[in-house]
Design a protein around this ligand. Structure first.
Ligand SMILES: NC(=O)C1=CN([C@@H]2O[C@H](COP(=O)(O)OP(=O)(O)OC[C@H]3O[C@@H](n4cnc5c(N)ncnc54)[C@H](O)[C@@H]3O)[C@@H](O)[C@H]2O)C=CC1
Ligand SMILES: NCC(=O)COP(=O)(O)O
Length: 324
């Protein structure tokens, strides 16, 4: 049974597909998972059944007949496919208010619709490259971890939204250790895996080929993994990234810890683009998100696939229930 408190859904970039997949997700989940959408009701697709609620506690009762809405005023209409920088402050405020509802006990969990980082930077000088870093900041945590999960694979990028050229410098022993420890704890707590099997990728081709193709594996990654194995963690690696994602290899671990964004996200988005969920580990509250972005090219056309959004909302509700 779902937690009776609603899952708070931040509106994300109004010009993207977030609003339409949220409405589709509500239609699919309305009798199972109570929701509360935070955004401007004028941005909802025409004909959407919605009700503005004065308090999140009323969302559950409303949800079976209408999308419960925490109303915000963005001042100007939504133009699908064309971000409006004047919406940036409202988009950020939707996330902040939703986080407040979750940490204040009014909502069970947070599910975020995709944001367009450039519009937030242009319109509100947003200083964060993504939700993960922003939510870590709001929670006062330095060690939030991004994980993407589908039925067949879980992946964690140790470095996240940074240029590839900066990865070797920012990939420190401290960061890798914290990432593995946070992931290990979250798989136990939120995913019911008693002794998580973690496969760690190398940074370089062939995991460095004994130092012939890069030294990070010998100088930093292997010593970190050895130290964590000595603490009892079940870790393999550093592994060649190109051979750790085929079907047989995936069966040997519960999560792949990767060194940078694309090393982690390319395999999972290739295996299951529509069913993947992005979940932030290490926060004091539950946050999930669909695995895709704003998809401006199809926004407003009524063809966006809500499967990942539905999976993200379900996962948020299940994680919150498991924690309660
Ligand atoms: N959680 C978040 O806030 C995320 C935000 N983004 C942001 O989204 C923006 C666009 O990023 P892109 O790299 O173009 O990725 P994207 O995921 O928005 O789009 C990539 C391709 O997949 C298609 N697609 C995406 N979701 C779909 C769906 N539900 N149904 C059908 N087709 C779908 C799009 O039409 C496009 O052709 C960027 O600003 C990026 O930063 C990207 C990923 C996550
Ligand atoms: N590529 C994943 C992505 O951009 C989502 O990031 P976040 O907004 O969840 O931090």
């Amino acid at each position: 049974m779902a937690d009776p408190k609603p899952v708070a859904i931040s509106c994300g970039e109004p010009a993207g597909i977030g609003i339409e997949i949220t409405v589709d997700a509500w239609k699919s989940l309305k009798d199972d998972v109570p929701l509360l959408w935070l955004g401007d009701p004028n941005h909802l697709p025409k004909g959407t059944a919605f009700e503005v609620v004065p308090d999140p506690s009323e969302a559950r009762e409303v949800c079976s007949r209408a999308l419960p809405v925490w109303a915000m005023d963005f001042q100007t209409p939504r133009v699908a496919g064309t971000p409006d920088p004047t919406h940036a402050k409202g988009t950020i405020s939707s996330i902040e208010t939703a986080v407040g509802f979750v940490t204040g006990g009014k909502c069970a969990a947070l599910c975020t619709a995709p944001i367009h980082k450039a519009a937030l930077k242009e319109g509100a000088d947003f200083a964060f490259p993504g939700h993960t870093e922003f939510l870590a900041h709001l929670a006062g945590r330095g060690d939030a971890v991004m994980m993407l999960a589908c039925d067949e694979l879980r992946v964690v990028p140790a470095t996240i939204h940074i240029p590839l050229a900066d990865v070797p410098e920012q990939l420190t022993a401290r960061l890798l250790t914290d990432t593995i420890l946070v992931t290990n704890a979250a798989l136990k707590r939120d995913f019911g895996i008693d002794a998580p099997r973690m496969a760690v990728a190398g940074l370089n081709p062939h995991a460095g080929e004994n130092g012939k193709m890069g030294s990070e594996e010998i100088e930093m990654i292997s010593p970190v993994l050895d130290a964590l194995r000595n603490e009892g963690l079940d870790i393999s690696g550093p592994l060649s990234a190109d051979t750790m994602f085929h079907a047989a290899a995936r069966k040997t671990y519960d999560v792949a810890i990767c060194m940078y964004h694309d090393q982690a996200l390319i395999p999972i988005k290739t295996i299951d683009f529509s069913g993947g969920v992005n979940v932030t580990l290490g926060l004091p509250f539950v946050r999930t998100s669909p695995d895709h972005g704003t998809a401006f090219d199809i926004a407003g056309k009524g063809i966006a696939d809500p499967t990942s959004m539905i999976a993200a909302i379900r996962m948020a509700a299940q994680m919150a229930e498991a924690r309660s």
